[in-house]
Design a protein. Structure first.
Length: 174
């Protein structure tokens, strides 16, 4: 199973992100855009993972210690990959609650490392992907109104390829 750990978003946040995505889409030649129901904030990417690791992952997530808080998405940016770009809405570095989000990420990373999961060593950049493989001829101008995201829990998610698209679903152990 292809897995990741994420903060899920409410419908109001997804609608705001979808409006930003439409703004982006109008300025590009082509790209692959995140389906609105798949918007999320990735805390850790696990990749292909054996089903027998699920109880360990649920324990790691359950051991995270934090009280619910809010963060604001206030800006946009892109990661460049050759001539293609990944565009996102992100948490500003001056966000007062960013240390709390980074603490969750740190607790996850530590728990995953202890259990032998591969961990991404890159600097954690809190963002929500709007589109990948973006190509454009003119500079992109993409405004981000302040979007408030409530962080009350993190979820273990499964990523599945389905007929040309991707579906993300929470994994719950019964």
């Amino acid at each position: 199973m292809r897995l990741f750990i994420a903060v899920l978003l409410n419908d109001q946040v997804k609608l705001s992100l979808q409006k930003m995505q439409e703004q982006l889409r109008s300025q590009v030649i082509r790209g692959s855009f995140t389906r609105p129901e798949n918007f999320h904030l990735t805390m850790a990417f696990l990749g292909e993972t054996s089903e027998n690791k699920l109880p360990v992952l649920h324990r790691i997530i359950g051991d995270i210690n934090f009280s619910p808080f809010e963060i604001s998405l206030k800006h946009t940016g892109c990661f460049k990959h050759g001539d293609k770009e990944l565009w996102w809405a992100g948490v500003d570095l001056n966000e007062p609650n960013l240390p709390q989000l980074k603490s969750i990420h740190g607790q996850l990373t530590k728990g995953l490392e202890i259990e032998g999961f591969p961990v991404d060593k890159k600097l954690f950049k809190a963002h929500i992907t709007l589109g990948r493989e973006i190509r454009h001829t003119e500079p992109i101008v993409l405004a981000c109104p302040e979007i408030v995201v409530r962080v009350a829990r993190v979820s273990l998610m499964k990523s599945e390829q389905l007929g040309g698209g991707v579906r993300y679903t929470p994994i719950v152990i019964q």
